[in-house]
Design a protein around this ligand. Structure first.
Ligand code: CDT
Length: 328
């Protein structure tokens, strides 16, 4: 049996600070049209797809950044996306900054079905970077200042399958995929803005592409799901962002990829039933997972190194992690 969904990874080139919302929405509409021409059921846009990546700048008062946030979805400037989706019969996934009526700020993504209705919303769980101004950096990464963390990963019945969402830094954490995988996720949609330069450890800069692929591919394989990683790429306000958007199958293989750093659509015909080849064999969770052995350690926030080992006396220590007892 096969359940096909044609998916477009709609990578975006940079969005500069001076670009207006209507200009950006025009670009998104063009990508949606390209998706329709390519037979897409679903077009996936990146994280913070309506604005420049504004957490790269410090502001003394968050209200100075209010114009980067959406207070309603759809709002007057984003409504054309929903109307066009319905007209074309092409759904979409969109990342944006959300400011709620009661003043909460989130890095959010929504899933919109082919009839133009919102069927899912996700607020980023893993917020990277820092919360205070760090002038020594070439640019800031202030997501922990601009956003509050979301509170969970959910799945949605949409596009004929089980669809989940995550945002950018979430993709580096195995828990993201596993929590989705444990809910039967067949298609994970992940937008990102990844600066090539990582100020705390620039040795990682040359590895950005490798690490991106590594996490997307292993997340897909280890959970028997499709993963769609979509970048905002190119030189944005002097900051080089990784492209390399890709659609990965449950085998971990890459089915489609972007090759530029601009607005570009990579399309794959996604067979959701391929997930069962992995979910019902090697990664049959019900049969093979051992949560009773993983134990309470998986609920720990940080490392819990057994006492003797922590003190650098691993060889002499009576502490052992053979049984996991010291962790519990
Ligand atoms: N947007 C986002 O989450 N970017 C992060 C950069 C990490 S460096 C602070 C990422 O993981 O790609």
């Amino acid at each position: 049996m096969s359940r096909f969904v044609t998916v477009g990874a709609a990578q975006m080139g940079p969005i500069q600070r001076s670009d207006t919302r209507p200009e950006v929405v025009e670009r998104l509409l063009a990508l949606l049209h390209s998706g329709a021409d390519a037979g897409c059921d679903l077009v996936v846009f990146p994280e913070l797809a309506l604005t420049t990546f504004f957490p790269r700048w410090w502001v003394d008062d968050l209200s100075e950044a209010d114009h980067f946030y959406e207070t309603e979805m759809p709002g007057p400037e984003t409504r054309p996306l929903f109307d066009k989706a319905k007209q074309l019969g092409v759904g979409f996934h969109l990342g944006y900054a959300e400011l709620t009526p009661d003043g909460h700020r989130y890095n959010t993504a929504i899933l919109v079905e082919r009839d133009g209705t919102i069927v899912g919303r996700y607020r980023k769980v893993h917020l990277p970077g820092h919360e205070d101004h760090e002038p020594w950096r070439a640019f800031q990464h202030l997501e922990r200042y601009y956003f509050e963390p979301g509170d969970g990963f959910a799945v949605h019945g949409a596009f004929g399958g089980v669809v989940g969402m995550a945002i950018c830094n979430d993709r580096r954490w195995p828990e993201t995929y596993r929590v989705l995988g444990l809910q039967g996720c067949e298609l994970a949609l992940i937008g990102y803005n990844t600066p090539i330069h990582y100020a705390p450890d620039p040795d990682q800069d040359r590895l950005q592409g490798f690490h991106n692929r590594l996490v997307l591919q292993s997340g897909a394989y280890q959970n028997g799901m499709w993963v769609v990683g979509v970048a905002k790429a190119g030189e944005e306000e002097g900051c080089a962002l990784l492209g390399e958007s890709a659609i990965i199958g449950p085998s971990g293989e890459v089915h489609a990829t972007c090759t530029t750093e601009g607005d570009e659509l990579a399309v794959a015909r996604v067979d959701l039933d391929l997930c069962a080849d992995y979910k019902e064999t090697l990664f049959d969770f019900e049969r093979y997972r051992r949560p009773e052995v993983y134990g309470a350690i998986t609920g720990q926030r940080g490392p819990l190194v057994p006492e003797g080992i922590r003190e650098g006396r691993a060889g002499e220590s009576e502490a052992s992690n053979d049984t996991g007892e010291e962790y519990l």
